[in-house]
Write a protein that binds this ligand. Structure first.
Ligand code: AMP
Ligand code: FES
Ligand code: ZN
Length: 338
């Protein structure tokens, strides 16, 4: 099959959702245009912004960092080591190698050094790993950005992620989640940096093709904690629909974002009326009453932020475990009865 754009070279990527097939060069042009359109349509950022790209070692975020650098943006990478045995070390290696090959040095935060590795934090707080992980990652994305004078935090969420999430939110009519779901979350109040998802127009197949054609080496395995994640079910459901009706995924998500679609506003109103939703920005445009955490200074609605409360429990539990194993060791060595 010939490339449908240049009509000369052999097509390497077939995109049924766009009724197109591209040779590698034309595919990169297509990909660039989608990213540019995603940035422009939702006014994600400008050339003056300093972008902190959160990179997990997976394909989407490395592709995002690569493309933003190619486009000439001022973009640095942040990797958070989650403390998940094996997986975290392998993903960190990929990030370091990727950055080095581009003359960059990723900013690295290790949750083991911070006293909150995900498995221990989940156990101490009696929560699922993924929910603890999401909250802790968001805390560091924002903290590193604020401390490093970045104006934007970018993540590698793609169209499959966002449309799958939307389907899940709609299926359960989670009004406040629907109201907040957007490729752009504006900076609201002191210390809260703008969050963007520049790959929102690109599917997983497209980011995978980009990574493959560019020879980007990424960690293929999924996080072992996320195997049961319900988000995968919604993505799969949309894949079945997309297979039968190419373009459905894009139509579903762009239709949601369309300024003429009243759904987001209506959901925000309904959620606010039921007390479920506290808008980040008030009607007059001023930030809603966030203040700063009494321990770490992060913006929060409570006196102490969720991260600091989670960390306190994790550190306390680690100290109890250490004390128990020290007593056990002394007992085993016969120095003291257990
Ligand atoms: P996930 O929630 O794992 O699907 O990841 C969504 C996005 O969050 C990725 O595309 C990255 O931009 C970012 N991200 C996930 N894990 C990490 C990590 N360990 N360090 C930095 N960024 C991450
Ligand atoms: Fe967060 Fe696995 S628990 S990436
Ligand atoms: Zn705090």
């Amino acid at each position: 099959m010939k490339c449908k754009r240049c009509r000369k070279a052999t097509a390497a990527v077939e995109l049924r959702s766009h009724n197109a097939a591209f040779c590698p060069d034309c595919f990169f042009i297509f990909f660039r245009r989608q990213v540019e359109e995603g940035i422009r349509k939702q006014r994600l950022f400008s050339r003056d912004d300093r972008i902190l790209v959160c990179v997990s070692g997976g394909k989407d975020s490395l592709v995002l960092w690569d493309e933003l650098l190619e486009m000439g943006y001022d973009a640095e990478g942040l990797y958070i080591g989650l403390g998940i045995p094996g997986y975290s070390d392998r993903s960190k290696e990929k990030v370091i190698a990727f950055a080095e090959a581009r003359g960059k040095k990723a900013i690295i935060v290790d949750l083991r050094d911070e006293g909150v590795p995900i498995p221990e934090a989940a156990r101490a707080n009696k929560k699922h790993e993924c929910s603890v992980c999401g909250a802790i990652k968001r805390h560091f994305f924002n903290r590193v950005a604020a401390e490093g004078n970045f104006t934007v935090v970018a993540t590698g969420h793609n169209l499959d992620d966002e449309s799958g999430r939307l389907l899940g939110n709609v299926l359960h009519w989670q009004k406040s989640h629907i109201a907040r779901q957007h490729p752009l979350l504006a900076a609201a109040g002191e210390g809260l940096v703008r969050k963007v998802k520049p790959l929102w127009r690109l599917s997983e197949q497209e980011t995978a093709s980009y990574a493959f054609l560019k020879g980007i080496d990424f960690v293929i395995e999924e996080c072992p904690m996320s195997e049961q994640a319900t988000s995968l079910i919604f993505k799969e459901a949309l894949s079945i629909i997309e297979e039968r009706m190419p373009g459905s995924r894009m139509a579903f998500y762009t239709g949601f974002l369309d300024p003429g679609n009243p759904v987001r506003e209506a959901m925000a109103k309904a959620a606010a009326e039921s007390g479920e939703f506290e808008p980040a920005i008030k009607d007059d445009g001023s930030p809603a009453g966030t203040h700063l955490c009494d321990r770490c200074g992060a913006p929060t609605l409570a006196q102490t932020c969720g991260y600091c409360r989670m960390k306190a429990k994790t550190v306390e539990r680690a100290a109890q475990d250490a004390a128990k194993s020290a007593t056990g060791a002394r007992a085993a060595s016969g120095k003291e009865p257990a």
